[in-house]
Ligand binder design. Sequence first.
Ligand SMILES: [Zn+2]
Length: 246
Amino acid sequence: MSSNSKASRIAGSLCCILGLLASQAAPAAEVAVDVGHTLAASGAVSARGRKEFDFNRVLAERVVKALAARGLGVRPINFDGRIESLDARPQAAAGTDFFIAIHHDSVQAELLEEWEWEGNTLNFSDRHSGFSLFVSRNSPDLETSLRCASAIGAWLRRQGFAGATHHADSLAHRPRPYADVQNTVHYYDNLVVLYRTTLPAVLFEAGVIKHRAEELALLDPARQERMADAIATGIAACLYVPGQAG
Ligand SMILES: [Zn+2]
C-alpha cells in the first residue's frame, strides 16, 4: 500500500467520524402528536355513532409510526385520553419542535339530517367531506406553523386526498378565513392548543365523520396509513427544508 492511499484512507475515516459527530450534534427534530379530545369528552359523533376520540387515537398512532420511520423524534400526547385540560397539551409538548393535534370533523348543525342505523336514530350529512388544517395568527411562530400546514396539505393532495370547503363559506357561524386556499389551511386564531404554546402548531381535521361514505373511508387502515405517511412527509419536509413547503 502506498503512503498516498494510506493517507487518503485515514482522511476518509476521519471524514466519516466527523460526519458521525455532526449527525450526533444535530439531533432529529421532535414532533409532539396530540390526540384530540378525551375519553370523558370525546368530541364529534360519527354518522354511525362512533366517537371522534377513537378515530383520533387510531390515526395519531399511525402518524407517530410514520414520523419515527422518517427518523424524527416523537412525543405522544393524550394517547390515554386522560389529559386534564386544554392548557396541559401545549405544556406537555414544551421542548419539542412542532405540535400537531389530530382531529376528525363534523359539519354545521343545520346541515344534519336523521337516519336509522342499527335500530338507532342518528344524524349525518353527506354534503361536506375532506381534510382541513388550522393555524392561529396568535401563534408565537405563525410562519413555521403555516409553512408546515401548507406542506402537509400539499402532500395530502399529492396522495389524492381532497380538502373540505365548509369552514370558510357563509354556512359557518364562525367562519375560518383561508390562510392557504389551495392546501385547505385556515386561520383559527383563538384555539388554545395553537396559540398558548411556544411552538409552531397545526390542528389537523382528517375528514368529516358525519359523512356516511367518508366515515367508512376514514376507518380503512390502508387509507389511514397513506394519510399518516403524507402528514409525516409534509412535517419532515417543512422542518428540514425551511421555505420549501411545496
Ligand atoms: Zn375534534
